[in-house]
Design a protein around this ligand. Structure first.
Ligand code: G6P
Length: 371
């Protein structure tokens, strides 16, 4: 097993480090010139034309990738997208039919809840597309089409490289659907360029922040609760950051949409409470950025220990942050793939500091093939 880890202390550490390759391999062969063309979807344009809604269904980490996909597909393909946990979707009477595209996301392709949701959608006449990391798995076989993520085998129970590859696949899919539906704006070419620059930028986050974040986690080994705030595509990353921490370090953690702060979560803030805040770039929306910065001020004023993830050069966060973790500049839709990396490292380092086995967390299975 030591050899399989290739010198890394755990599969999780290895898989976190493999993310530049996971993302690059998922993009490879799917860009032609300045356009996204997914060869597996050749001849399947009718999956995307004449639909009036998209439902993305998944469980766990994959459901947070799905939430990022909602923002991207709505933006680029101009079709309403809802995200449904697979086990909630199938046990009611959802309004679906032949104009619904149901996209499932699953690393293993074997999660029973997700599989049953796909079968249910198909029986109701919906079109089905699977985003999956495992060649020939059951969910892609039960779907009309499949877009594979090429993250390589993921062994650690807590998903890392499969997650960044899933987001990548959904970004590709959003740009592909937008092209097919004729809804892309003139800036799509620069989005494609941003997508292709992602692997290098993930490598940069790993190189520049790994030690800093690990040190931070070491200092926080006694922490009993950590909160995560994000807005827009930073919101799913807040949820994922909290899930990683729960899964492998057994610490109470919650992710919130930053805009919800004043509607409840701010009551949790007491002196010393650690809060991660994922700050969106001011270059994409000065307004959204300023709202998140004022959230930071609000929690800081109540004594929170604020750890900010912000793009390089964003100085507005400096006066109110106890710690600043930097990510390189990228397009608005691409920030999640960079921002999640320090949160994965944090969870891993904190679990390690507590002496826990990060690859085999208690009570969890890599793939849940029962309901
Ligand atoms: C399990 C794993 C999670 C994973 C979820 C969905 O709960 O522990 O890490 O996110 O299943 O798995 P899938 O293979 O469908 O992506």
């Amino acid at each position: 097993a030591a050899a399989e880890k290739g010198g890394w202390p755990s599969f999780m550490a290895k898989e976190v480090a493999e993310q530049p390759d996971a993302v690059a391999n998922t993009i490879r062969g799917r860009v032609q010139g300045d356009q996204v063309v997914i060869p597996e979807l050749d001849g399947l344009d009718e999956l995307f034309i004449g639909i009036d809604r998209v439902i993305i269904t998944a469980c766990g980490t994959a459901s947070y990738a799905a939430l990022v996909g909602k923002y991207a597909i709505e933006q680029w393909a101009r079709v309403p997208v809802d995200v449904e946990l697979a086990h909630e979707f199938r046990y009611r009477d959802p309004v679906i039919g032949d104009k619904t595209l149901v996209i499932s996301i699953s690393q293993s392709g074997e999660t029973m809840d997700t599989l049953m949701a796909v079968k249910y959608a198909r029986e109701r006449g919906a079109r089905t597309l699977s985003v999956c990391n495992t060649q020939g798995a059951t969910i892609p076989r039960e779907s009309d089409a499949v877009v594979y993520t090429h993250a390589g085998p993921e062994v650690a129970v807590a998903s890392t490289k499969a997650f960044s590859a899933q987001i990548t696949a959904l970004l590709l899919l959003g740009l592909h659907m937008g092209r097919v539906r004729g809804s892309l704006s003139d800036s799509a070419a620069s989005d494609v360029a941003e997508l292709q620059a992602l692997p290098e930028k993930i490598a940069q986050v790993l190189a520049e922040e790994q030690e800093h974040v690990a040190q931070l986690a070491g200092w926080m080994a006694d922490t009993r609760s950590v909160l995560f705030l994000g807005r827009h595509v930073g919101y799913p990353i807040a949820l994922e950051g909290a899930l990683k921490l729960k899964e492998i370090s057994y610490i109470h953690a919650e992710g919130f949409a930053a805009g919800e702060l004043k509607h409840g979560p701010i009551a949790l803030i007491e002196p010393g409470q650690p809060v991660f805040v994922i700050v969106p770039s001011p270059r994409h929306s000065a307004l959204v950025h300023s709202k998140v910065v004022s959230n930071i001020q609000e929690i800081r004023a109540r004594g929170a220990r604020v750890i900010v993830i912000a793009e390089e050069g964003d100085a507005a966060v400096l006066p109110f942050a106890d710690e600043v973790i930097r990510i390189p500049l990228t397009g608005a839709m691409f920030e999640p793939v960079l921002a999640v990396v320090p949160l994965q490292i944090f969870a891993m380092a904190l679990a390690t500091a507590k002496g826990l086995d990060v690859d085999q967390p208690r009570n969890l299975a890599k793939s849940v093939t029962v309901e």
